[in-house]
Design a protein around this ligand. Structure first.
Ligand SMILES: [Fe+2]
Ligand SMILES: [Fe+2]
Length: 159
């Protein structure tokens, strides 16, 4: 019994799509780690409202990671949670940042990278895997919200 994968789902596509989703999973995990680091460091410099935003984004990225891992298993694949090579599999980088402004800038860079790669993934998925495409589109919309939040924070800090 193959569950969600039916005979009309080509095997070659399934493997490529699982691999693709694993790069998205790695990206989300790296983003959770980066936002967690920024949350605790921002708390230390008494930037409570920015810290709260980092914490909220960390929770969103964790949810994305869970949704992607769930989809990978539905496709009969294995979600890759290995710390070995995690930053290589990820599209976005883990950058600590020396100041609050640097942290926000690095997060914005990472969100914009995620936006571009998820848009590409959604286009690739097209009609090959509509469910995975819809998931990536939903996550993409959230990353756009994140980028917008960060741009507003930068603007507020610049005032
Ligand atoms: Fe995310
Ligand atoms: Fe995000």
């Amino acid at each position: 019994m193959k569950g969600a994968v039916t005979p009309s789902y080509p095997e070659a596509d399934r493997k490529a799509i699982v691999e693709l989703l694993n790069t998205a999973l790695a990206t989300e995990i790296v983003c959770v780690l980066r936002y967690k680091r920024h949350f605790f460091m921002a708390k230390g410099i008494h930037a409570e409202s920015v810290a709260a935003e980092f914490q909220e984004h960390a929770a969103d990225e964790q949810q994305h990671a869970d949704q992607i891992a769930e989809r990978i298993t539905q496709l009969g694949g294995e979600p890759d949670f290995s710390p070995d090579g995690l930053s290589t599999r990820s599209h976005a980088e883990y950058v600590e940042g020396d100041s609050l402004t640097e942290m926000i800038k690095e997060d914005l860079v990472a969100e914009r990278i995620a936006i571009d790669s998820y848009r590409e993934m959604a286009e690739y998925l097209g009609t090959k895997d509509i469910t995975s495409r819809r998931l990536m589109e939903e996550i993409l919309a959230k990353e756009e919200e994140h980028a917008d939040d960060l741009a507003s924070l930068l603007e507020d800090l610049g005032r």
